[in-house]
Design a protein around this ligand. Structure first.
Ligand SMILES: [Fe+2]
Ligand SMILES: [Fe+2]
Length: 356
């Protein structure tokens, strides 16, 4: 049997109070492609917008449920703290800083995290976002074939007391950046960072349930008392893109995440196909993890379960993909409904807030 090891993320789903505002922010400002407009299949009164790269490749997909009356949530144990989207270079990252600041956003960074550089801001609902550089990667302080072996203390210059805050604040691109140039294109989920009350338990779970490898054990570079662990798809030599999941450890904390607007609802890892997913479901059941039936999401099939801290997780199949009900060229241009909701199109469409 092939070992059950995910290749990385499939998508992340967040909560928006205003689909038009979300479309403007992620579509126009961040330059992501709207690859599907549909409804929440479990709640057809709510928009479900999918953004991604041009074809909506798994690992690049960022989706939103629109719940106009959702209360604001907050990060905490069992939830996601922030989502990082990838960018190729530090130069392009500075262009992002200029573009976002010119749009009136509060932006901090770029901070040198060693393994990548990070720029922070928030979306209109308050979801904390990061734009992180692709490199230099996890092998700067451990051998590439021996990642995650030791608990590493970050060097003083990467910690708050060692930073030149003025220089960081001043760093930006010299010219306005009115369009998202080719070099700025966001490359999908660079990492997702959450919070756990028990890093060791989480480590065992993500290894056993998803086949993720611990690739870095270090401390939070904004608060050196907090441990920060990184997992990814790692073959012993290379760490796969779109696969890094990180957790801050708040040992024994009962400060739980609160679901709501500006928070992540859940995120999904990839299964190769239906057989892979079925084997995974059996595997999770054998671990005594409660797992849903396979759900047909039209563009992929899904199973859902919770991590020990409560984080809602999904395993989604790579296929069939977003071109199953509209052509690649017209992805996201019209409301698409699954066959079982199609007879209610008129009613559903008139109840949704207009998108444009
Ligand atoms: Fe991050
Ligand atoms: Fe999902």
């Amino acid at each position: 049997m092939t070992p059950l090891t995910t290749r990385g993320f499939h998508h992340i789903t967040m909560v928006s109070r205003d689909a038009v505002r979300t479309l403007a922010f992620y579509g126009e400002l961040l330059g992501l492609n709207l690859v599907k407009r549909t409804v929440n299949f479990d709640d057809p009164g709510a928009h479900h917008l999918y953004f991604g790269d041009e074809g909506g490749r798994p690992g690049t997909i960022v989706t939103f449920f629109e719940w106009p009356h959702a209360q604001p949530g907050h990060p905490g144990v069992g939830g996601v703290h922030h989502l990082a989207l990838g960018v190729a270079t530090a130069e392009a990252q500075l262009k992002w800083k200029r573009r976002l600041m010119d749009a009136g956003l509060q932006v901090s960074g770029p901070l040198d995290r060693g393994y990548f550089k990070s720029l922070y801001f928030a979306d209109p609902d308050g979801q904390i976002l990061e734009i992180a550089t692709a490199g230099p990667g996890y092998a700067i302080d451990e051998a590439p074939d021996a990642l995650g072996q030791e608990l590493l203390v970050p060097p003083a210059e990467r910690m708050p007391a060692g930073r030149d805050e003025q220089a960081i604040a001043a760093a930006t691109h010299p010219e306005p950046v009115p369009t998202v140039s080719e070099d700025m294109k966001l490359q999908g989920i660079h990492h997702i960072s959450g919070i756990t009350a028990d890093l060791e338990r989480a480590s065992d779970f993500y290894a056993e349930a998803l086949g993720l490898s611990l690739v870095k054990k270090t401390y939070n570079q904004d608060d050196g008392k907090i441990k920060h662990y990184f997992w990814a798809h790692y073959d012993g030599e290379n760490v796969a893109g779109n696969s890094s999941y990180t957790l801050f450890g708040w040992p024994g904390s009962r400060d739980l995440a609160r679901a709501g607007a500006g928070q992540t609802h859940h995120f999904a890892f990839r299964a190769n196909d239906d057989d892979d997913q079925a084997a995974w479901r059996e595997h999770l059941l054998s671990m005594d993890v409660e797992v849903s039936q396979v759900m047909d999401r039209t563009y992929f099939r899904s199973i859902y379960f919770n991590a020990p801290d409560g984080q809602l997780l999904e395993i989604a199949t790579n296929g069939p993909g977003f071109a199953v009900d509209e052509s690649v060229e017209s992805l996201g241009s019209e409301l698409q409904l699954p066959p079982w909701l199609e007879p209610r199109r008129g009613e559903i469409q008139s109840a949704l807030s207009p998108l444009a």
